[in-house]
Write a protein that binds this ligand. Structure first.
Ligand code: 3EB
Length: 344
């Protein structure tokens, strides 16, 4: 991981400064947190509380997901221009000139239905976006405890979709929802974190898959509100945000109980999204890729690592997390981010 950080620093000299950087850092690279805290948008911690070394002004959210192996991992979002903290209501975030980061914990436990808790959290997020002037969400991450468990006769993921849709219906300005991930956590508090900007990302769908927001009702009374990917352009550079992607073709899960089949299908879906992004490139292995891989079983790690290294290259950043996927027949889900200069 460390060698990647150095090679990233070297290669960034040769092209336009990316407006947004994402790094997955382990504890031994904590010094990275301190070098340029004035540019940090936010830090997400996996398997860790807020690090003492992080200045209080930097937003930190503790995700209820554990890294697969080893100690804590920090997901560090950095902007090209200096950042400043901003707090509106329950949401503590930070913004640069172009982007804002924020996170919110769900207030579960008061007996309210999950759809109401989720609706309220998204309402708070939209209030935050309105007040900070960053009206356009470009990426959401949703980590929910007990995601596939029943709550009063309806699965929690289905309740989540009802709550999210309700908030988007009244508050989202975009014609289609932005990119997202939604995963199940084993412990801790459910939470949502996000990135937003002054202009929306361009939504990208996958021709191999039915759009999630058009799934048939067999998956729940309200279809999931997310785009398969979004391409956000800014300051001569682009960031491709690929949503959580799994072994789904059309709207159906493929390769039940077959890890290798699911991994191969998921990579095909990632390739299709890159091909459909409107940029004149195919999936070329490079260090510009950051992959977050959610595995239902830690034992899957080796097989998945081999396949992803072949597809994305050894220089890609890869963060493995132990998580439940929102369909119980899915063994793996992968999200991705890529930086690229505009025009290639
Ligand atoms: C899928 O393709 C897998 O509800 O926000 C992936 C990414 C999935 C985001 C969400 C769900 C979500 O349907 C599940």
């Amino acid at each position: 991981m460390q060698s990647f950080l150095f090679s990233l620093a070297g290669s960034s000299m040769q092209r336009a400064q990316a407006p947004l950087k994402l790094r997955y850092a382990d504890q031994s690279t904590t010094y990275e947190l301190l070098v340029r805290t004035d540019h940090i948008l936010g830090v997400v911690g996996y398997g860790t509380e807020r690090p003492d070394a992080l200045p209080p002004a930097c937003p930190f959210v503790a995700a209820p997901l554990l890294p697969l192996y080893g100690g804590p991992v920090f997901e560090i979002w950095t902007a090209a221009s200096p950042t400043r903290p901003c707090q509106i209501g329950q949401i503590f975030g930070a913004c640069s000139g172009e982007l804002v980061f924020g996170g919110v914990q769900l207030e579960e436990g008061g007996g309210a239905a999950l759809e109401d808790v989720v609706g309220k959290a998204y309402d708070e997020i939209f209030n935050f976006l309105e007040k900070t002037g960053f009206h356009e969400p470009i990426r959401f991450w949703n980590y929910l405890t007990a995601i596939t468990e029943d709550e009063q006769g309806l699965e929690r993921y289905k309740r989540f979709n009802i709550g999210r849709h309700g908030a988007f219906l009244t508050r989202l300005r975009q014609a289609v929802p932005p990119a997202a991930s939604c995963l199940g956590a084993h412990e801790g508090a459910s939470m949502i974190y996000f990135l937003a900007a002054r202009t929306p990302a361009r939504a990208i769908e996958n021709p191999r898959q039915v759009s999630a927001y058009a799934y048939p009702p067999v998956y729940g009374p309200q279809s999931p509100s997310f785009s398969r990917a979004g391409l956000h352009a800014q300051d001569g550079a682009e960031t491709l945000f690929i949503s959580g992607t799994a072994s789904i073709v059309g709207h159906e899960t493929r390769h039940h109980g077959d890890l290798h089949g699911q991994v191969a299908e998921t990579i095909e879906n990632l390739r299709a999204l890159v091909a459909n992004s409107g940029r004149n490139i195919s999936l070329v292995p490079s260090e510009d890729w950051a992959l977050k891989i959610y595995l239902r079983d830690p034992l899957y790690h080796e097989a998945v690592e081999t396949a992803l290294t072949a597809a994305f290259g050894a220089g890609s950043q890869r963060l493995y997390l132990h998580a439940d996927i929102c369909r119980s027949d899915l063994l793996i889900e992968i999200e991705a981010l890529q930086h690229a200069a505009i025009g290639i």
